[in-house]
Structure formats: C-alpha cells, structure tokens
Design a protein around this ligand. Structure first.
Ligand code: ADP
Ligand code: MG
Length: 734
C-alpha cells in the first residue's frame, strides 16, 4: 500500500477540503473598481501636468520616444500615484522568450543621511533598466561576457500595481533588448509589427476615407485551461514536472456525454474564478466571459477585445494571475495544450481584426457599396497574406505541447486553411471570374459593386453557420486563429499575422497605384487587383470538415503543407522567403530569426528530455515495483491455494494474470531502456535542429508504446496499489 499512500492521502484531503476563506470580492459594482490598479488615462490626467500628459499621449500615438524631461515628470507622478496606492516596490515587467513574464523588484525607498530614508523613482529608472539577463534565452545573441540586456519602457501599455498578498508592486511594461539592440522578447517585435501594420493599412484605408490617420490591430483572446486539485497534482510527478499526464487509462466516462460543456461551474472553481477575475478587473483587464469547456475540468476565460499590444499583456497577466490565485484555492492551473490523453486539449483562440481611429472595423462588412469594397479589400488581402505565408503562420504556433493537439481530431489540423463561409465564397468567386474577362467598363464596375453589396446582408445569416474545425476562420467581423496553444504568448502568432498582412497591403497598394498611373480609375484598379489576389490564393479556402481524412488528401492535392511536428514546422523561420519578408519589413534581422529558431528548438528539446526522464523514472520507480508487488501477492495466492488442495488447473486465472503482468513489465523495462539509449544518442547531437528531430522521431514514439503497457497494467492491478491518481480522480474529483 505504501506506493499508493500519497494518492489515497490526497483523496482524503480533498474530501475534507473547506472552501477558501478570505477571498476579497469587493462589495461594489465592477465599474467602480475596474482599472483602479492601473495608471490609466484617468490616473494620468489626475497626476500629470497637462503638457506632460499631452506629450505621453502623442508618443503613444506616434510610437516615438518620450523625451527625458517628460520621462522625469512622468516618473515622479507615477511614483506619487503608486505610493498613494500603497506600493513599496517597482519593477520593469517584460516578456522574455521563456514564455513566462519576468520582473525584478526594486524598492522605491532609498536611505539618506542620518538613518532616514525617502522614496525615490526618477526618469532613468522608469525609462531603462539593466536586469541581470544572463539566464534568459538569447539563442546566441549574447555571449555570457556581454550578457547585458536592457528593458525599456513601453508607454503604450499602462503601468499597473500588482497585489500579491500584502505586497504591492508598481509594474512597468517594457521591451527587452540586448546590448547590441537585438530583441530578446516578444514585445519589441510585436510593437514593430503593429507600427508597420498601422502604416500600411492607413495608406490603403485612405483609398476609402481620407480622414483615417491611424489603424490599430485588435485582439480578443479566448483562454482555455484545466483545473486540478492541488493534492492530486502533487501525487502526479508527471503533472508536477511536465504539466501533463504521461500515463493514465481514460475513465469509463470521459467527455462523451458532453455534460460538462456550458454546464454549471463547480463551486470551488467558481470561487477561484471570482477571485482571479476580481484581481484582473482591478488591473483593467476587461474579462467578460467564463464557462465550462468540452472536457471535464476544462474551462475558458475571454475578455472584450483590445488593442493588440495591450491585449497580449493582459493575456500574459491573466495566465500569471490564474496560476497564483489557483494555488490560494488549493487548486492547480494546467495551461499545457494536452494535459490528458483522449480528452480535448486546450487552445487559445486569437480573434484578430483591424480598426481605424475613425472607429471603423476594417473587417466588418459595411452598409454602402463603398464601405463594402473597403471591407473586401482588407478581407481579401488578409486571405492572400495567409495563403502566401501559411508555413510561417504554422511555425509561429509550433511548440512541443501544441504538437499533441494540432490534428488530434479535436483541434485544428496542422494544415493552415481559411474558412469564410458560403456567402463570402460566392462573392469572391464572382469578383474573381467577372474581372478576368477583360477588365471593366464603368457600368460593369457599378453592377459588380452593387451585386456584391446586395449579398452582404446574407452574410449575417450565414455567419451563424460557423465552422468550428477551421484553424483560421472569418467570424463576421474578425478572423479567429484557433491553432494557438493555450500556454503560448499570443505575440508569436500576432507578430507574424500583422507582418504578413502589412506586407501584403503594401504590395496591394503598389499594384493598385500602378494601374491608376496607367490610367485606371481607383475602384476599377482595386477590383482588378483583388480579383488577382483571389485567384492566386483561393486554394487556401476550405469550408468543409478540417478534422476529416478527406481534407488531408484534398489539401495535399492543393499543395498545402501539413507539417505535423514542431522541429520541421519551425524551419519556416529561417527560409529565404521568411528572411526576405522580415528584412524588408524590418521586423527581424537574420540574426534575430536564427536566434528565435534556436530558442524554439531548444525549448522543444528540453521539454521532451524532461518528459523522457519522467517516463523513465515513474515507470522504473513507481509502476514496475507496484506491478511486482501485486504479482508476488498472486504468486503467494497460487502457492497458498495448493496447500489447501486446490489443483493447479484451477488456478489458471491467477497464473495467466501473473504472466500478463510479467509481459507488460518486461515490455516496459525493454522500451524504457531503448528510449534512454536514444536519449543518450540524441544528447550527443550538437546541431539543434538535428537533435530536436531525433527527439521527435526516435524518442517520442516510445512515449506511446510505454504508455500503452502502463495503461494496460493500470487496468489489471489492484486499485489500492496504484500509485498515480487515476483519470477519473483527476478529472471528476473536485
Ligand atoms: P466564440 O468564438 O466563442 O463564439 P465570440 O464570437 O463571441 O466567441 O468572440 C470571441 C472573442 O472575439 C472575444 O474575446 C471578443 O473580444 C473577440 N472580438 C470580438 N470583436 C473583435 C474585434 N473586432 N477584434 C478582435 N477581437 C474581437
Ligand atoms: Mg472562439
């Protein structure tokens, strides 16, 4: 029983669990405490002199550096605000390529002469810091002797106060760059890509409305996650170390009844939600939706959409908050893309659109022929961008965790395609075929525009018929990228999406202007270029079931890539095409791309190495010993039965079981040894890509074969011996 004592102890603990005391849900309307911990517009107006305020706003709008004078004044006002709120420390808050967020707290307090102290915070400290950065991944951009990295203030994402227990810290969102100016984080390139999209989209939007001065990308994410009780979590070394279960036979009841989806939220989880949501709302994160997801113990949170940079920061903050608050409730948050086999994994839908400073959503069909042409312009260019750079988009979402999910018949496949619905497909078809005849007469143009216009109302009806299987779906007034992993930083995908769309809009503009120069009228030129875009990118459109085998075959015929594993998908980061794109758009240098490629591969290798290590350890030190103990008991049983005169023939059942256990144990032992040998071989490979491929091709297959044996043992060994909490306990006990 020793091996299983942790498991049963955990179950008893849970039964005795009391609700968490001391959750502070404000006794007020949300609107009264929303954003109270943020140095937002209202706080800035209150604390900043008017000219300083104007200076900050201008720099946010133009993306230009704030001058030193203003920075000094902002820092002193920010300090006053933060001290008023009870903050004692400040930190630059940044997003290194580890995927988590990082912070290093410094105190405001500075000792002065005579044993006294004052609270200090100046412009220098606001604008730039030099954290000890040597242990953050740089992918070779820094050698340890020049390990310096700088964090620099991003005024477009407001500072906020993070409350942890009684502690309050002023957090200043920053980018993180190396001594030589290369990006070491997600934010720096994201900001660049947003700026680029702004510039190119404004140019195109001005075809339709001369008043447009700024275009912002918007992002609304939907975050899926699992919750598990802390005691069970601690009894599963695999969950603890890898974030997912490496073994476990699926329970008799999985998600087939679908009774969890949108069902009532379990009480303990509900308390957890209220708790972290309150903190999030105080941080100005506009959370609006919470519900159960398809799998048992799986949930989702979603906010109102925001400007993409802010929305990314808010997603990072929410992941962090959920993790911390869950612990307070003796629960654990699982953000892994596939914590449980044979049950849905978790993703993070990225709803993306572009919005003008005149308040127009450029991906929203309009009410006049002119605004519809504007809509079609941005719509078609986005499709064309995704078509031309689908491999890069695929690479942007690649991770070891997401590999378990993509294409597993519950998540979008690894094939990138675009769903737009029947009505829009018809409209695009019409646009394409009508134009190819021989350009347009004025009359034809008018008819076409009106024709398209007359179909737009049907769109809103068609929109209800959503295709949930598509990795990139148009959902009425935005595109929804569904292939992002639940633990990912949204930036990775958003950098790519912004850049490829910006790049395409630039090309589009050049082509249209060229036609205009040759004498074409503006609308005619736009329609003509759009029709060419449709022709060259329509192979990416797919409205059927993305989970079906037929689609895999069809996609192959169309020449669409289906790259199932990360090490190969990541190749798209360093192709000539990608390097050209990012060099042209000045988002990444070649060195930065190679660094990112290396870091992603390195991350993949490390994750798989840890998993292989845990499989080997759990199999050898927990599973096999328990199997042998139970086997011994069966052997004593057979021997004992002999002494009371029961014939050998009548103990066939026991002997078969002994043999069966023996076979499984022998298999496990053999496979683990082979796997470990492959691990040793792989670790000798110095080339990152080759090493990652070895892990993918040579080591990962053992995960399944070992698991099969262990899961089979789970079904024959005395339940009271089994050391690992079972799926039914992890998923249904709460
Ligand atoms: P679901 O995909 O679950 O059906 P909804 O269609 O209601 O959900 O929207 C999901 C997400 O889309 C929300 O997070 C919302 O903020 C976001 N969203 C809505 N409009 C936009 C937009 N213009 N830009 C970006 N995100 C948006
Ligand atoms: Mg969605």
């Amino acid at each position: 029983m020793i091996g299983a004592s942790l498991r049963f102890g955990a179950l008893e603990t849970i039964i005795d669990r009391q609700g968490v005391n001391g959750i502070k849900i404000p006794d007020a309307k949300i609107s009264e405490y929303f954003g109270t911990n943020v140095f937002n517009d209202a706080a800035m107006r209150e604390y900043l002199a008017e000219d300083v305020y104007e200076g900050v706003i201008e720099s946010i709008d133009t993306g230009q550096k704030i001058d030193r004078d203003i920075a000094d004044q902002v820092s002193s006002s920010m300090k006053a605000w933060a001290l008023n709120k009870g903050a004692t420390h400040y930190t630059h808050w940044f997003q290194p390529l580890t995927g988590a967020t990082a912070e290093k707290h410094d105190s405001f307090f500075t000792p002065t002469s005579g044993g006294r102290a004052i609270e200090n915070f100046n412009g220098n400290e606001l604008v730039q810091q030099e954290p000890d950065a040597s242990s953050f991944p740089s992918g070779g951009l820094r050698s340890t002797f020049e390990a310096r990295g700088y964090t620099a203030w991003d005024p477009s994402s407001p500072a906020f106060i993070m409350e942890i227990g009684a502690g309050k810290t002023l957090c200043i969102p920053t980018i993180f760059v190396s001594y030589t100016g290369e990006a070491l984080d997600y934010k720096a390139p994201l900001l660049k890509s947003l700026h680029l999209l702004d510039q190119t989209a404004v140019e195109v939007a001005r075809y339709f409305d001369k008043n447009v001065k700024k275009v912002r990308a918007t992002l609304g994410w939907e975050q899926e996650y699992f919750i598990v009780d802390e005691a069970l979590y601690f009894s599963r070394p695999d969950l603890l170390m890898t974030g997912r279960t490496l073994f476990g036979s699926p329970p008799a009841k999985g998600q087939q009844l679908e009774d969890h989806y949108f069902g009532s939220i379990p009480e303990r989880v509900y308390a957890f939600m209220l708790d972290y949501e309150t903190e999030a709302l105080k941080l100005g994160i506009p959370l609006s939706t919470r519900h159960n997801e398809v799998a048992p113990s799986q949930f989702e949170a979603a906010p109102y959409f925001e400007e993409a940079n802010l929305s990314v920061d808010h997603n990072q903050l929410v992941m962090d908050l959920m993790d911390r608050v869950a612990k307070r409730h003796k629960l654990r948050l699982l953000l892994h893309e596939k914590p449980y086999a044979k049950i849905n994994g978790s993703g993070k839908h990225n709803n993306w659109s572009i919005m003008t400073d005149t308040g127009k959503n450029l991906l929203s069909p309009g009410s006049t022929p002119k605004t519809n042409l504007q809509f079609l312009t941005f719509f078609v260019n986005t499709i064309k961008a995704v078509h031309d750079y689908s491999e890069l988009l695929r690479a942007s979402i690649a991770s070891s965790g997401n590999d378990f999910r993509l294409g597993a018949n519950e998540a979008p496949p690894a094939i990138i395609s675009v769903y737009i619905g029947k009505v829009l497909e018809d409209i695009l078809h019409e646009l394409e075929t009508r134009v190819t005849k021989k350009g347009f007469t004025e009359e034809e143009k008018i008819i076409l525009k009106l024709d398209i216009h007359s179909k737009i109302p049907d769109l809103f009806l068609d929109n209800t018929d959503r295709n949930r299987t598509s990795p990139f779906a148009f959902t009425g007034n935005k595109f929804e990228l569904r292939a992002v992993g639940s633990s990912a930083n949204c930036s990775s995908a958003m950098i790519v999406l912004n850049t490829i769309v910006a790049n395409q809009l630039k090309i589009f503009k050049e082509e249209v202007d060229e036609l205009i120069k040759k004498g074409a009228k503006k609308d005619g030129a736009i329609l003509k270029v759009l029709s060419e875009c449709i022709k060259s990118s329509k192979s990416i459109l797919f409205g059927g079931d993305n989970y079906s085998d037929d689609w895999v075959k069809e996609a192959k015929k169309r020449g669409l890539e289906n790259i199932k594993d990360s090490p190969r998908a990541l190749d798209a980061y360093i192709t000539k095409k990608t390097k050209d794109l990012f060099r042209r758009t000045e988002i990444f240098t070649e060195r930065e791309l190679h660094a990112r490629h290396n870091i992603r591969l390195d991350n993949y290798i490390k994750k798989l190495e840890i998993e292989a290590g845990m499989i080997s350890e759990i199999a050898t030190t927990q599973i096999i010993p328990v199997a042998l103990k139970y086997q011994n008991e069966l052997i004593s049983n057979v021997n004992g039965l002999k002494t009371v005169g029961i014939k050998a023939n009548d103990t066939k059942f026991q002997k078969d079981l002994i043999k069966k256990i023996n076979n499984h144990v022998a298999q496990i032992d053999q496979q683990v040894k082979k796997m470990n040998k492959e691990v040793d071989n792989a670790n000798k490979i110095t080339d990152h890509r080759a090493c990652a491929i070895a892990y993918c091709d040579k080591i990962k297959p053992y995960y399944d074969s070992i698991r099969t044996e262990i899961d089979a043992l789970e079904l024959v060994i005395d339940d009271s011996y089994w050391p690992l909490p079972k799926y039914r306990e992890l998923l249904f006990v709460r």
